[in-house]
Design a protein around this ligand. Structure first.
Ligand SMILES: O=C(O)CCC(=O)C(=O)O
Ligand SMILES: [Fe+2]
Length: 233
């Protein structure tokens, strides 16, 4: 796969401010989607663990965390997408008191994670079949939490599967929860907050708490690549 031009940070920031997420259209082409999706059980790709979601109350379906060294494409996505997302995260840090700032490249973040005892890689492949779903959750793997992550849809909605909508739920002080369904095509990525995000309020910025999940798959197979930038304890 050729190098992916990183999307501009200001476009990602304004989409996040407006919608609570940003879609990166056609981040991966159809061939790249097929190649990554096939890693799930190609026998050549090394994974550090496999999770049967129903056993943990996470939903229904399964996912696998890549082992280190990460496949080139996954490593490249992590390195290429990190800088603009770090720029967004640093704007967020300026808005909300008490938030830390982030280094400019992923190598530096990985070193900080390692120093904090977070050494296990978090990028993962997920696979869902009919009736499967992913309950609303947050991907926090230690004290060091880089505030943005992304998921890339690897199968084509309407053709390979039906249902399985990506859902974000936002909670704000003194308000009811707000749900958003993110329309994705195969190869699109959704960038979303890991745990919370700044929202404009009457008195400056306040924090909205975010959770994400996947609605029931009604037909077929839906696979995704998840890129989380901090490593796990
Ligand atoms: O399958 C999805 O679209 C969401 C996967 C997920 O929870 C994640 O990437 O963190
Ligand atoms: Fe997740």
């Amino acid at each position: 796969m050729s190098a992916i031009p990183p999307p501009p940070a200001d476009a990602i920031l304004s989409a996040l401010d407006r919608d609570g997420h940003a879609v990166l259209p056609a981040l991966l082409d159809a061939d790249a989607c097929a190649t990554v999706a096939a890693m799930f059980d190609d026998g050549a790709t090394a994974f550090r663990s496999t999770v049967i979601m129903a056993r943990h109350g996470y939903g229904q379906g399964e996912y696998r965390y890549f082992a280190r060294p990460l496949p080139d494409m996954v490593q490249q996505l992590r390195e290429t997408l990190y800088p603009p997302l770090a720029a967004v995260a640093n704007v967020w840090a300026d808005r909300l008191a008490g938030l830390r700032h982030w280094p400019a490249d992923h190598t530096a973040l990985a070193a900080e994670c390692a120093a904090a005892g977070q050494t296990r890689p978090t990028p993962l492949l997920l696979r869902y079949g009919p009736g499967d779903h992913n309950r609303l959750h947050q991907d926090v793997y230690g004290d060091l939490v880089f505030p943005l992550q992304l998921a890339v849809l690897l199968d084509a909605p309407g053709r390979d599967f039906e249902g399985g909508e990506f859902v974000l739920v936002e909670g704000r002080a003194r308000m009811q929860s707000r749900a958003r369904v993110v329309p994705l095509r195969r190869g699109d990525a959704v960038v979303f907050p890991v745990r919370d995000r700044p929202v404009a309020s009457a008195r400056g910025w306040s924090k909205a708490v975010m959770r994400h999940g996947v609605a029931d798959i009604r037909y077929g197979q839906r696979r995704t690549l998840g890129i989380i930038f901090h490593d796990a304890r």
